[in-house]
Design a protein around this ligand. Structure first.
Ligand code: AZA
Length: 295
């Protein structure tokens, strides 16, 4: 006899923009985010018996995302995700879990003649600030993160001493290009409820800024012996900076730039210390992941 062993449903890709207008200064602050909200609970019979009486329509879930964005601040996204998720538990007795994912885009204020413009912004790269909230009546589990932060260093990276056997063609290198798309997450110790999330809410922006600063500074300044070691050094610094964070993950693609041997053309020197023109690769790429926790 088949059983529904796991089920969740809701609305994905709900795009939301909110403006805050500071009356005194006339300065606007804007937030653009994409929200996914998936519910779990006593909903099996909607799948097995076509009983829609247990279904909060995904259209209603979308409407709720807008209404809660109007009623509450959307910053930090950790708090908005917690309040939004809790609404479904408070409103529908048969819903036991609300999974809320938020991805915030970057609208950075334009500086004109050295002065910050009050209401004009530019899209500052593909980087996003991300939140995953799993809200139950027992607590709020939150994971925050950074995605799509594309970085490159043209030297200061090496990779040698790896296994050499009959499968190996890769040459050891003491100086290579290193490029990756930073995807980092940090998981918070569980909060009792949204009020506990709101209490000390400044921790979320602080951790995001610390994680971003640590990732960029370590990437730039460290003489990297491998992606593995560099990402570990980033993770341990985030754990040190954010005491309420229980674990940190990184997933870093190694975006390869290959040397091109041009010696066939008039003896052009373009390898080793003479390399200047490289071929950026789309794939295959290395993919290195880690989770670092407090012991
Ligand atoms: N880690 C690196 O930093 N570079 C690599 C790897 C690896 O595991 N494999 N090939 N190149």
């Amino acid at each position: 006899m088949p059983v529904v062993s796991a089920a969740r449903y809701g609305k994905d890709n709900v795009r939301v923009y909110k403006v805050h207008r500071d009356e005194a200064s006339g300065t606007h602050t804007v937030t653009e985010m994409t929200v996914c909200c998936l519910l779990e609970g006593e909903i099996e019979r909607s799948y097995t018996e076509a009983d829609n009486s247990v279904v909060v329509a995904t259209d209603s879930i979308k409407n709720t995302i807008y209404i809660k964005a109007k009623e509450h601040p959307v910053n930090p996204p950790e708090l908005y995700a917690s309040l939004l998720g809790r609404h479904f538990l408070d409103t529908y007795a048969h819903i036991t879990v609300a999974n809320v994912s938020i991805s915030v885009k970057r609208w950075t204020r334009i500086v004109v003649d050295g002065k910050e413009h009050p209401h004009s912004f530019y899209r500052d790269g593909d980087e996003t600030r991300n939140v995953e909230a799993r809200v139950t009546r027992d607590g709020v589990a939150l994971t925050s993160g950074i995605g799509g932060l594309l970085v490159l260093k043209s030297t200061g990276s090496a990779f040698h001493g790896f296994v050499r056997d009959e499968f190996t063609t890769l040459a050891e290198t003491w100086d290579r290009i290193l490029s990756t798309d930073i995807d980092a997450t940090w998981t918070w110790k569980t909060f009792a409820d949204p009020a506990a999330v709101a209490d000390g809410v400044a921790r979320f922006d602080a951790a995001w800024q610390d994680a971003r600063r640590i990732s960029l500074k370590t990437f730039a300044e460290e003489s990297s012996p491998s992606v593995q070691n560099t990402m570990y050094k980033m993770a341990e610094q985030i754990l040190a900076a954010a005491p309420d964070v229980a674990s940190v993950t990184y997933a870093l693609p190694n975006k390869h730039y290959f040397e091109i041997d041009l010696s066939w053309h008039k003896g052009l020197k373009n390898t080793g210390k003479d390399a200047e023109v490289y071929a950026p690769q789309s794939g295959p790429n290395g993919l290195i992941k880690v989770e670092v926790s407090r012991d």
